[in-house]
Design a protein around this ligand. Structure first.
Ligand SMILES: Nc1ncnc2c1ncn2[C@@H]1O[C@H](COP(=O)(O)OP(=O)(O)O)[C@@H](O)[C@H]1O
Ligand SMILES: [Mg+2]
Length: 235
């Protein structure tokens, strides 16, 4: 596997073909980036923590009947998944205001959003992932209106499960990002669900327990990732 060239090398993961045409190999690297790649580092075992948390959460979602691309773990940073034709729309669920919502709109940081707010971004680094709306998604032919509804319903189900999982370990799920893709005539939840793609705040101290620790130099990034992975999976 390692001699092979990846078919795609993203900012944090590399994708390899497998002998099985209905499987892809996703390697979670130790690269961490922020601000559209302007800030970059390599942090030992970062990929392992994100792979471990993603695999655990995909497993829990599958148990609840939510269809994901997850097949199995090959090793601690290598995930076998169904090959998807990715839909370049980031589906973001927000339970409290943070990040771009506070920068762009008159919300207070941490203001609760009940019901949760779903934000859709067009995934395109060169365009800085602009917010998109349902009509633009349909006009671009990325999804039908019915598919958008289905994906939003799934995102809210994922939110319920994730909030319970993180609540159990004393963490408040502020927001998270999902990516979906097509597999035959189905749409499956793909990519990752990790500390890179969520905001988690300690319920007592409100300390960040996610990539914001890296973005804003708030502390020991890998100690934070290790704590979340260990508490969540009991490993
Ligand atoms: N099951 C899948 N099949 C094909 N591509 C996938 C699958 N899951 C995730 N991807 C894509 O693989 C890439 C993962 O690498 P990542 O480093 O996160 O890339 P990026 O820099 O684009 O965010 C992303 O572009 C993601 O959309
Ligand atoms: Mg990514």
């Amino acid at each position: 596997m390692t001699e092979q060239q990846p078919i795609y090398r993203g900012k944090a993961k590399s994708i390899f073909r497998s002998d099985n045409p209905d499987e892809l190999i996703v390697s979670f690297r130790d690269d961490i980036t922020a601000f559209d790649g302007a800030k970059k580092d390599e942090l030992t075992d970062k990929g392992v923590y994100n792979a471990t948390v993603s695999a655990y959460l995909f497993g829990r979602l599958e148990e609840k009947g939510i269809a994901t691309h997850f097949v199995r773990m090959e090793d601690e940073r290598t995930m076998i998944v169904r090959p998807l034709t990715m839909i370049p729309v980031e589906v973001i669920v927000r339970n409290a205001a943070a990040g771009s919502l506070v920068r762009n709109y008159p919300f207070e940081e941490g203001q609760r959003l009940d019901p949760p707010v779903i934000v859709l971004d067009y995934k395109d680094d060169a365009r800085h992932d602009p917010m998109i709306n349902e009509e633009i998604i349909v006009a671009l032919g990325l999804m039908t209106a019915e598919e958008i509804d289905a994906v939003k319903t799934i995102a809210l189900q994922v939110n319920d499960l994730l909030r319970a999982e993180f609540g159990r370990i004393g963490l408040d799920l502020v927001d998270f990002k999902l990516e979906f893709g097509r597999h035959g005539d189905r749409i499956l939840l793909g990519d990752e669900i990790s500390m890179d793609s969520m905001r988690l705040w300690d319920m007592e101290t409100h300390a960040s327990m996610d990539k914001d620790v890296y973005r804003f130099d708030k502390g020991d990034v890998m100690a934070t990732y290790a704590t979340v992975a260990e508490r969540l999976t009991g490993a």
